[in-house]
Design a protein around this ligand. Sequence first.
Ligand SMILES: [Zn+2]
Length: 95
Amino acid sequence: MPRPVRRHTPAHVDGRPVKITFGEMREMGLRGVLVYCHCGHHVAWDADRWPDNVRLSDLEPRFVCQGCGSRGADVRPDFERGNPQFAIMGYRNMQ
Ligand SMILES: [Zn+2]
């Protein structure tokens, strides 16, 4: 997996990048998130359950993987269920 280039982006205290909020994600027409674990396990969630002011990165420490039981999953917008045009731009911004 290639390491992302270091940029001047905001980060949480533990070094994870700060991601967009659910409100911003919904404005982009995206309605779900994908939660990826390092073990390869991933799950899809509806974004409806989280309020607009919650960031995707805020959820990451809270997820416990059903496959391996570890925490610290990667939460990303589910572009396949959203607008594919935003998917291309959005992914570039997220990396
Ligand atoms: Zn796992």
